[in-house]
Ligand binder design. Structure first.
Ligand code: NAP
Length: 241
């Protein structure tokens, strides 16, 4: 397959959905990964196709290494090395650390940070062989500043920043860039239970961000224009930090 292609994890809704649609608009074939929402992933594929683009929905749990390896083996055989990999899939299990159950810690770590490892590592050899590729990790303002009630989530998002910077150094000479995008408050299901009205007041821009505004930064990092940008963390937060 000669077409450029992108794998976006957790693309059935929210920010991942917008990233998938945006990359498809740039002419890439997009693999729309989902875990528990096959119908929503199918909707994303249908929307991309209705707009003249091309996409496939592929279900796997990023925290399940065996499932990821099997899905990626098929994808790499079918499409060869990905041009763009967006590690977006993530969960929250919020609560104060003093009350945090072991599984609330481990589920978040194995999905948010383990998922990055599980999905990225099998893509590296093909990317290195082709001497090209863009890896874009969706982290969070919580991984930069910390956030009470999100010790587990913040730890994974800070870990993702460290991994981004280290992997960027490993791959820079191979023509592969690795960057992170750190959204602030973005209107999605992940933030639907937050007091967004009061949060608005704390954001210098005076509003919550949209998934499309995050996707626009991913688009830039995935583009040829970003060829000398690597190891960076780009905030999309309305001036929050
Ligand atoms: P969201 O609306 O909760 O969507 C999460 C997506 O991740 C869904 O498509 C879900 O798929 C997928 N997912 C969850 N667990 C998965 C797993 N084990 N394997 C594969 N896919 C899985 O979240 P969002 O707000 O769009 O967030 C997207 C990214 O932005 C995340 O990395 C998040 O941490 C980051 N972020 C968001 C905000 C914000 O304000 N929204 C702020 C900072 C950072 P299924 O539904 O199919 O399970």
């Amino acid at each position: 397959m000669s077409e450029r292609w992108a794998l976006v994890t957790g693309a059935s809704r929210g920010i991942g959905r917008s990233i998938a649609k945006d990359l498809a608009q740039q002419g890439m074939h997009v693999v729309v990964n989902y875990h528990s929402s096959p119908d929503k992933a199918a909707e994303v594929v249908a929307e991309i196709e209705a707009a003249g683009g091309s996409a496939t929905a592929v279900g796997f749990d990023v925290s399940d290494r065996t499932a990821v390896e099997s899905a990626l083996a098929d994808l790499l055989e079918q499409y060869d090395s990905p041009h763009v990999l967006v590690n977006n899939a993530s969960i929250i299990r919020d609560g104060l650390m003093v009350f945090m159950k072991p599984e609330e810690w481990s589920d978040v770590v194995t999905t948010n940070l383990g998922g990055f490892y599980n999905v990225t590592r099998p893509c590296l050899k093909p990317m290195i062989r082709e001497r090209r590729g863009r890896i874009i990790n969706i982290t969070s303002v919580a991984g930069v500043t910390g956030n009470a009630g999100q010790v587990n989530y913040s730890a994974t998002k800070a870990g993702l920043i460290g991994a981004t910077k280290s992997l960027a150094k490993e791959l820079a000479k191979r023509g592969i860039t690795v960057n992170a995008v750190a959204p602030g408050f973005i209107e999605t299901e992940m933030t639907k239970n937050l007091p967004l009205d009061s949060i608005r007041g704390a954001v210098p821009a005076g509003r919550i961000g949209s998934p499309e505004e995050v996707a626009a930064v991913v688009r830039f990092l995935a583009s040829d224009d970003a060829s000398y940008v690597t190891g960076q963390v780009i905030g999309v937060n309305g001036g929050l930090i």
